[in-house]
Design a protein around this ligand. Sequence first.
Ligand code: FES
Length: 310
Amino acid sequence: MAYKIDMINEKEFEIAEDQTILQASLEAGIPHYHACGGNAQCSTCRVVVHEGIENLSPQSDAELALRKIKHFADNVRLACQTKVVKGNVKLQRIIKDEADLDLYVYGSKVDGRQSIGREQELALFFLDIRNFTPFIEKHLPFDVIHIIRRLMKLFSDTITSHNGRVVEYEGDGLYAVFGLEQDINDAVENAEQAGQKIVIEVRKLNSDYIEEFFNSKIEVGIGLHAGKVIVGEPGVNEQSSLTAMGFPVNVASRLESATKELNNNYVISDYAYNLLKRNGEGAAKKQIMLKGVSEPFDVRLLGHPFDNKL
Ligand code: FES
């Protein structure tokens, strides 16, 4: 019995029950990489399975061993170890040329789960230090950098301890995601709590340290949303930075900016708010306009008015 393989963007071909995907692919004229000769040693033959993963043969011990070392995503299989046993499948080769080899096999220190890119629903968290320019103008460069370092450490430690991950630091702000290893409800819960903790800790830092030694006060604005984004770890040039992008990220960023016009230091989308366990306590509801969206967007105010005039 023969089944059909759709090698996306390349070719459709048949595979016999006793053939591996690699053998059928080579027979169909696809220049499928197989540096170790099909011995589950090199991982160059790996494919992403888009449809029909249930139609594939179970993983061999050799494939399982390599998977453990390389941390393949669940939908990645070794073509040299896998047969089609039940029905048609849709696949995609990962390594198609020398540059791909460098990126995925030899040059990369990237975790295989993330390097292939995936869509995932995450909690998206933007934070900005408010009204920092007057502080910069009044203080020595050393003090400015010192305070930024204290704050960024506080933010990043709090985010990490709530299972979040900072994606990007930018000037006096940052962008973090929650839910890489959790479901979306826990992710939003954690993100919300991380934000509340940061607000409390910043207030404490003000009263114990910044007001006393610098005669100033720091405030933060936080925007939180949740949505499906594309997650990946490009890992170019030895850098293994996480990327999470998509329209919901723009929304979360916009919510952080909206803290200013709404004069509230913590703004969360109504969508994310409804994922919280505490839903029902009734945080004030408002509407804002989003760039490129004609309908007003519902948000909830979780924080307090700013102390400093912005
Ligand atoms: S050809 Fe080397 S692992 Fe499949």
